[in-house]
Design a protein around this ligand. Sequence first.
Ligand code: ZN
Length: 873
Amino acid sequence: QPIQLKDYTPPSFLIDKVDLTFDLEEDHTRVTSRLVLHRNPAHPDARAALQLDGRELELESVKLDGELLDSSRYELDAESLSIAAMPDNAILEIVTVIHPETNTSLNGLYRSGANFYSQCEAEGFRKITYYLDRPDVMARFSTTIVADKQKWPVLLSNGNKVGEGMLDRNRHWVKWVDPFKKPAYLFALVAGKLSLLADRYTTTSGREVALEIWVEPADLDKCAHAMSSVKKSMQWDEQRYGLEYDLDTYMIVAVGDFNMGAMENKGLNIFNTKYVLARADTATDVDFDGIEAVIAHEYFHNWTGNRVTCRDWFQLSLKEGLTVFRDQEFSADMGSAEVCRIDAVRTLRTHQFAEDAGPMAHPIRPESYIEINNFYTVTVYEKGAEVVRMYQTLLGRDGFRKGMDLYFKRHDGQAVTCDDFRAAMADANDYDLGQFARWYSQAGTPVLRVRGQYDAAAQTYTLEVSQSCPATPGQAEKLPFHIPLTLGLVGPDGADLPLQLAGEAEAVAGSRVLSVKEASQTFHFINVAVEPVPSLLRNFSAPVKLDFPYSRPQLVHLLAHDSDAFCRWEAGQTLMLQDLQGLIDAARSGGELELKDDFVAAMRRVLADESLDPALVALMLTLPAETYLADQQDEIDPDAIRAGREAMKLGLARALRSEFKAAYTRMLDSGAYQYEATAVARRSLKNIALAYLSELDESGLMELAERQFAEANNMTDAQAALACLVNWPEGDAALASFASKWADEALVMDKWFTLQASSRRLGVVAKIKALMQHPAFALTNPNKVRSLIGTFVHNNLAGFHAIDGSGYEFAADTLLAVDKLNPQVAARLAGSFNRWKKLEPVRRAHMRAALERVAAHAGLSRDVYEIVSKNLM
Ligand code: ZN
C-alpha cells in the first residue's frame, strides 16, 4: 500500500492545455474539463493506457476527440478513470459533478459559509475532476466560472482575468487565463461575497503589479499589515535573489476554514485568516510576526515552488525547506536576526527533534508514504530549511546566491528533484557536495561529540570531533554526515581569540566554519595564547545535538560574553536544563526543590543588563516546553516534569522578585501600539516579567496582571495578562469578560480556547468537554480544533497525561469524531500518541489501549491509519 520513491516512473501522457468551466450552484457544482494531451516519449511503454486520478466524483460524460465514449471504452474505479485505447495526441472532454457544499475535508473545492474556496495541494485536484494529478504534469490552464451574481459576486482563479459577462437567470461568468504552465496542485478557485483591499507595486524592471487582498467584509479593517508584508516581501526577493513577480495581479484570499497555514496557488494565494488578519487590538506581536513570515513564504513560493516545482511529492522539501529558509532570512532582515534564529532553533528542537526520535521519523526526502498529507512535517519544512541553510554556511552567502542563480537558469519551468538543487549548488561553486546528499536520505538527529584539550606549553588547542546518529524506523545504520561546525574560541576576557589551524600561515579573527565529514576527526589550533572556552555550533550551524562537557563556570562565562547571540542564549539554556533536570529528578524522588545559586546569579545578571536587547533577555528567561523536557527523559513522568518546571518558575520569581518588578516598570510603554522591533522586544520582556511575578501568590502582583488586562490597548498585553490570570481563581471573571467582548472575532476566540486548554488547573478534560459545547466552538473548523483540542493534547503535558488515562480516552474519541469530517486534521491529533513508548508503565498501558482502540475502528481514514499503525509497529 505505501508509495515508494524508488518506484517513480514518468507519466504516460502529458497535458499541454486544460480549459475548465465551473457551474456553481447551491446543491452541486458541474465541472467541465477539456484536456489537450500527448503521449510522453519518456514513458517506457509506448502503448500505455491513460490513467486519470479522481476521487468522490460523479462522472457525467467523457468525450475523446469529439466522440462520446460509452462505459465499455473506459474503466472506472474509486480512485481513477482509465482509457486503454488512446491515440498519441488527443482531446478529452470530461464532465463531472461534485459537492463542495458537503465537503468537510476542506480538500478540493469546498464551502466556508456561503463562499467557495479550493485547496489542491497535494492531491485535492482529483476531487474536482479526473486529471493527471501529479506535479510533473504541467499544463497551461484557463478557468471559466459561472455563478449567481447576487450570491457569488466575486469569481477568482489563477492568472489574468480576460473576460466577464452576464448569462440567463441572473448568472454571471468570469474567465481567467494563467500564462504559466503549472501542476494541478497550484490550481485555485474562489467565489463569493468578498471585500477588497487594493494597492500596487512596481518591480525593479518596471512591471506594474496590482496587489489585492480579498476578505469577508467585516475583516477589511484588519488587512493593512498583510499588505505591507506583501510589499516588503516583493522588494526583499528582488534585492536578495534578483527575483521579480511575473503576473499583472497578485491576489491573496483569507478564509476561516483552512487545513494549514496558507497555499501558494499561482497568482491566487489562499490563506488561513490567522495569517492575514491583524489589528492592534485583535492580534498579538507573535501573530504580526507570523503574518509577515507566512505572507513572505507564500510569495517566495512563486519562484521556489511554482516556477520551479517538484517532480514528485518525495521532493517536497525541495520547495518547502528552501522556501522556509528564504522566509527565515527575510524575517531576520525585517527584525532582529538573532531573535529569529533562536526562535527557529527552539521550534526545531521542540518539534522536529521529537519527530526524529519517534515512530514517524523520516528523512527530509522520505522514501515512502501511505498518505502524503502526513508528510507536511516539521522535518520536511524546518529541518529541510536547516539543510538549505547549511549550503549557505558552507558556500557563503555569495556562493549560495550563485547556486540559486544556476538553479533557476537550469530549471525554470521544470519539475525537478532535491538532487538537481544540490547539483546546482555544487556546480556553481565547484564544490563537492557528494557526502552532503546523506542529509536527504538519513533520518534521525546526529550527535556531535566534541572534546577539547589545551596545551599551555605548546600553546595549542585540540578539538576532537566525532559524530553518530541513532537508529530510526527502517534505518539501523547511518553513515557520517557532512556537518558545518561554526566555532570560536573565547578568551578569559570574553573576546574571541584568533583562529589558526596547524599548517595555516595566518590566523582569522572571530568565527570560522569547519567541515566535519568523518566519523571522528581532530582539529589542531595553534598559537593559542590562553586557555579558551570553545564556543561551538555558532548560530546553530547544523541540526545536531552537541555533546561537550562544559563546566558550570564555562557556561556562565559564555552566557556573559559570547559574541554569538545564539551560543550566549544556548549557554543559559544548558545551565537551565541541567537544573531543571535536577528539579525533575527531585520531584520524582520526593527531594527538595531548590535552585542553584550560580544559576540564579547568572539569570540576575541577565535581567539587570540594560545593554542587552530586551527580546534576548526574554528568550534567556524562557523555560523549555514541558514536551521538550519530556523528550530529555529516559522514561517520561509528566507529573514530575510539571512539578520540576513549576518549581523553577516559582524559584526564579521568588529570587528575582525585585529585578522582575524593575524590568516590568522599565519596559512599560504608554504610547499607542506599534508593531516595530524595539516595541515588540520591550513588550516581550515586560510580559515575561509579569508571568514570573504572577507566580507569586501576592495580591499586589495579581492586581498588576488584572490592571494590565483591563487597561491594555493591544492584544499582546491583554493576552499576556489573561495568560497569567487563568491559572488562578481571578481568571474566571477575566475569561468571561474577554469572551463577551470578542464573541464575534473568530481568531480572538481561538486565543480564548487556547488559554483554557493550556491551563494548569485540575480537571482540564471536563473543562474542555464543556468548552466544546460553547457556541463559538465547531468541530468542523480546523482553527478551533487546533486551539482547544490540539493545544490540550500537544502542549498540556500534565493535563493530557492524567494518570487515569482520561486524556487519552478523550483524544481517541475526539480524533475519531474529527476523522469522519476531516482526516487531515484528525491525523495531526493522532500525532499526540507518538511518545507513548517512552511513558512510565501505567500511562504507557493506557495510551496503548487508546491507540489500539483507534486502530481497530472501522472506516478509519488513510491519514489516521498511517499514524496509528506506525505507532503500533
Ligand atoms: Zn510552503
